[in-house]
Design a binder for this molecule. Structure first.
Ligand code: UT7
Length: 330
């Protein structure tokens, strides 16, 4: 039941200081700056230091999102964190961030939906705000995939970076122009084996063998995933546009998952949206999994590209396989 409208109050983001360039990767595996640039659009990515974990990055992004809004710390009444590389299997990274922020007395939990995690979390937060059970949900997207990367596998190790993004989903006042208009999420579990961390869970617990065979790292069949990426993000965006009687000309900004520049360009072409309306920052961050969409949105807001009142389509795709989109007037 919908008693209220939800809006995106603010965004924040944080990336660790250390930068790994394509040229640095040339020294680690048999690759080249030219291959990485032309096949993915990536130039450099941020990676964590030994003393940093997911909650540290997420905390910094959360503080920035809170500072960018009129919401006070005491008004946050839920934390939902999208991650597949949290500090620990349990407790949740959302609970650890809650503690770091000095908060308690409300629910905090993680959501596992691969690179689509942030979109899933926005969809959940929207419903909590609309039904009145929460007023200001802190939504986090954080991943440190470089901790679960096989640095001997050139197919995957050049792709990932570390970062966190945050957004506050708040109850909209009747006078607000900002509103989350609609959201859509979907999954096809039959395709799960294409993108998987095989060991470390109850199916294949950690053992000397799993460590020796690098089974705790990201396994991805990039080629197979590629064809679903454009198709599924397009389907999610198309569903939201149709459902709301909008066309792509009504959209000011598309903010897609940053996994590959060719995927982003393919999506823009299929949607018939000019690239000037698509937010791209993959060259600086690589694929930061659930952080790509909030980091790109936050940067575009801070650079004054995205302004209050603009219509945005956020969309992502990832492990599960999962996909989804959020349509919002900022
Ligand atoms: O965020 C979650 C969702 N993930 C995605 O959406 C990822 C989707 N997939 C992709 O972005 C692309 O498939 C990749 C970037 C992962 C790979 O690009 P591709 O154009 O599909 O390359 P490929 O896998 O077909 O490999 C082409 C060639 C192969 O060599 P041969 O067999 O043709 O001789 C690979 O061995 O490129 C080779 N290759 C590399 N060469 C240099 C693969 N990785 C590298 C590398 N450096 N890092």
């Amino acid at each position: 039941m919908m008693n209220y409208n939800a809006k995106l109050s603010s965004f924040g983001s944080y990336a660790p200081k250390k930068i790994l360039t394509n040229f640095d990767l040339e020294k680690i595996v048999d690759t080249s700056d030219e291959w990485i640039r032309t096949r993915t659009g990536m130039v450099e990515r941020h990676i964590v230091g030994d003393d940093e974990a997911a909650s540290d990055l997420a905390y910094n992004a959360a503080v920035k999102a809170i500072e960018a809004s009129s919401v006070r710390y005491k008004h946050i009444d839920m934390i939902i964190c999208a991650t597949i590389s949290g500090d620990h299997p349990f407790p949740s990274t959302a609970c650890i961030v809650q503690k770091k922020l000095g908060m308690k007395g409300f629910p905090a939990f993680d959501v596992s939906a691969g690179c689509t995690g942030f979109i899933y979390c926005l969809d959940i937060a929207k419903q909590y705000v609309e039904n009145g059970r929460a007023q200001n949900v802190l939504v986090l997207g954080v991943d440190i995939l470089t901790r679960i990367t096989n640095w001997k596998d050139r197919n995957t190790c050049v792709l990932f970076g570390d970062a966190a993004g945050a957004a506050i989903v708040s109850r909209a006042e009747p006078s607000d122009i900002s509103r989350i208009i609609d959201s859509f999420t979907d999954a096809d579990g039959s395709l799960g084996d294409y993108l998987i961390q095989q060991a470390g869970g109850s199916r294949m617990p950690a053992s000397h063998k799993t460590v020796d065979e690098n089974l705790h790292t990201v396994y991805m069949e990039g080629n197979r995933i590629y064809k679903y990426a454009i198709k599924s993000m397009y389907a999610a965006c198309d569903e939201l546009l149709k459902r709301n009687n909008l066309s792509t000309t009504d959209i000011d900004w598309v903010i897609p998952h940053q996994a590959n520049l060719r995927i982003i360009e393919g999506l823009a072409e299929k949607m018939r949206v000019p690239l000037s309306k698509v937010i791209v920052n993959i060259e600086k961050y690589g694929n930061t999994s659930s952080a790509t969409v909030p980091v790109a949105t936050d940067e575009a807001i801070r650079n004054k590209k995205i302004r209050r009142g603009d219509i945005m389509l956020l969309t992502s795709f990832g492990a599960g396989l999962t996909w989804g989109a959020v349509l919002a007037r900022y």
